[in-house]
Write a protein that binds this ligand. Sequence first.
Ligand code: UDP
Length: 189
Amino acid sequence: MGVCIDQGNLEDAYNRCIEFINTKGCKMIITPNTEIIMRAQKDSKLFQIINKADLVIPDGIGLIYASKIQGKGLKERVTGVDLMYKILEYCNENKKSIYILGGKPEVAEKACKNIKNKLPGVEIKGCHDGYFKEEEEINIIENINRLNPDILFVALGVPKQEIFMDKYKEMLSARIVMGVGGSVDVWAG
Ligand code: UDP
């Protein structure tokens, strides 16, 4: 259906992330499921953003079945929540830092608290809820850049988070900007 998804398993995706963290420039990670790929057929902006992302993981078993039927190369599902966990483990072991943008007020704070409890080596530079006006965006980005996290997790729902990441990717000092959707809610408990 014209959407490029990276082949490989969770370990492969994780290795790409380590490469991103240790390379200059901000890399964008998108975690589509079947619903998002279907949505991208009608939403040309979302379609283009997915196809220019640096890493696109198949976060839905439907994508694996479709790939098998079509004889394409996807082998197994790689979820955003699992990849986020592995990135956080890397941050924990290597003193890397994160910022969480998104979720309802207090959800990102709770997620940060739970991450810090479980993985105390992760440096949490800050967080902000995902309910802000467009005119506030630039201040939020400037503040994130001042704090200079290695990773920016964005949870604004699809396609808002993809549009947001695409809009600000070039301005960001972070090495990775990753759309994580409901994963922040999972971390918040
Ligand atoms: N969200 C947000 N701002 C918005 C819309 C959604 O911060 O304007 C948050 C929402 O609170 C949730 C996350 O984005 O924490 C994922 O939202 P949703 O479950 O709707 O998206 P999905 O993960 O299904 O794409």
